[in-house]
Design a protein around this ligand. Sequence first.
Ligand code: TRP
Length: 472
Amino acid sequence: MQQAEKKQRENWGSRFGFLMAAAGSAVGLGNIWRFPYLTGENGGGAFIVVYLICIVVVGLSIMTAEFAVGRRTGLAAVGAYKSQNKNWTFAGALGVLSGFFIMGFYPVVGGWSLAYMVKSVTGLLAAPEAIGDVFGGFIGAPVEPLAWMIVYLAINLVIVAKGIAGGIEKAGKVLMPTLFVLLLFIIFRSVSLPGAAAGLSFLFKPDWSAVNGSTVLAALGQAFFSLSLGMGCMITYGSYLNKKENLPSNALTVVAMDTSVAIMAGLAIFPALFAFGMEPTQGPGLVFVVVPSIFAAMGSIGTLFSVIFFAALTVAALTSSLSLMEVVVAYLIDEKSMPRKTATYLTSAIMAVMCVLSSLSLGVMSKVTVFGVGAFDFFDILTDKIFLAIGGMLLAIFVGWFMKKEDLKDELTNGGTVKFGLFEVWYNLVKFVIPVAIAVVAYFGITAIAQKSLMIFGLLIILVLAIFSKKL
Ligand code: TRP
């Protein structure tokens, strides 16, 4: 199996291919669906400033560290930790669990995006005043969103079962730039609407009174989520990378691409939102309501743009969810010697059940809660607010304290052949600053957040994993 993995790894050897794969994993629903609504819920500009600080100080360093661990060990998440130190297997296992949990709600939203491609041509845009209600009705329905989720998950299954991400990568190479151009176009439309200025000042005039511990934790969690960090995804991708690539500069490129797309999504949405007199705090429906409303005002060409937008969003989501599913599947293949097909079917079946619960929790099952939240929020909050950040903290501790400094330097400078002038800064950030910073943010975040018992439950899960991980 190891051998087969190695061969496959060489397939995406070119620099461009790798960048597209890593950027494909990073750029997804996190940027276009999640970032704008979190910004809206957390008061706008101030949240963005905190988010950017998290990206530069924590995200970029952790991305570099994950690439280094992956390429050094040549192994996926669990194996990478295990190969260095058996006691650390649990950190990899936590990543696999995070992958499962994220895939417990991500395909639900992926399904919405698929559905909106079709809805764009079947009358959604014809009644602009009803767009908000249509969304609310749709996601709470008992059957329709489930059907789309299953279609979305099935696409993932087929691609991961075949072990060839080639097709989707090709689609990504066309549709990701398309998404980029389309966002530029929407931004242009959005800022030229009468009343758009209020949206711009919401984005760029920070209101610091909106910031507290839970906002900072939300920003940190979003940084991890958006960059695909804290669960071993970028370790796995780093293991595919050949020895000639410059890791810090690749990390910088991926981070820059991901962050620009998020900011662009904000610029596309908020000016229009204020122009239409909508609420920034409407939550997960934001993109699905604002973007169609922009297109609805443009006549039949708007319909075409809307279809392309949701097609591009679906593909961006797919390149991300594939990477999530791959982390879980790679674990079962590498560590449990499961054939790829079996691993994929098993994984997908479990994810499908979780997604059914998540989707129903937004409608008919909204009264069924654990620790005060429904299934969708359960998976979302646990991963985004605890698991990823703790996963990132563990990685930083592992790299800073359990790997040799010379090895890291060797890996990040390709044996001294390329320059990494900021090595010492990076090293000290990873070794000292980041673990402490994450611990502090997590502490104040957890004490400020409404779902305290859920957070404590999450910490308990990590503890249990740490105790029983030797068996994994
Ligand atoms: N980054 C992706 C997005 O923004 C989601 C994602 C893919 C992810 N792989 C991940 C999140 C690994 C956390 C960890 O949509």
